[in-house]
Design a protein around this ligand. Structure first.
Ligand code: SF4
Length: 61
């Protein structure tokens, strides 16, 4: 399992707000691109998935 980003739901025109809520600092963003998930750090807590207002983050089972 991994957190994935649905790039078609992410408008990629703003700083990703979910980066702030990740307790593991597993999300990063280059410019306004869709965020990238560091799978080594991610614990699959789901906070970013619940926080993204666009529903662009999801847990890929
Ligand atoms: S699921 Fe949790 S640990 Fe993983 S990227 Fe999202 S907020 Fe961070």
């Amino acid at each position: 399992m991994a957190v994935s980003v649905n790039r078609s739901l992410c408008p990629q025109n703003h700083p990703c707000p979910s980066i702030r809520v990740c307790p593991e600092k597993a999300l990063k963003q280059n410019g306004y691109d869709a965020p990238l998930v560091n799978k080594e750090k991610c614990t699959l807590c789901g906070k970013c998935v619940r926080f993204c207002p666009m529903g662009a983050l999801y847990i890929n089972k």
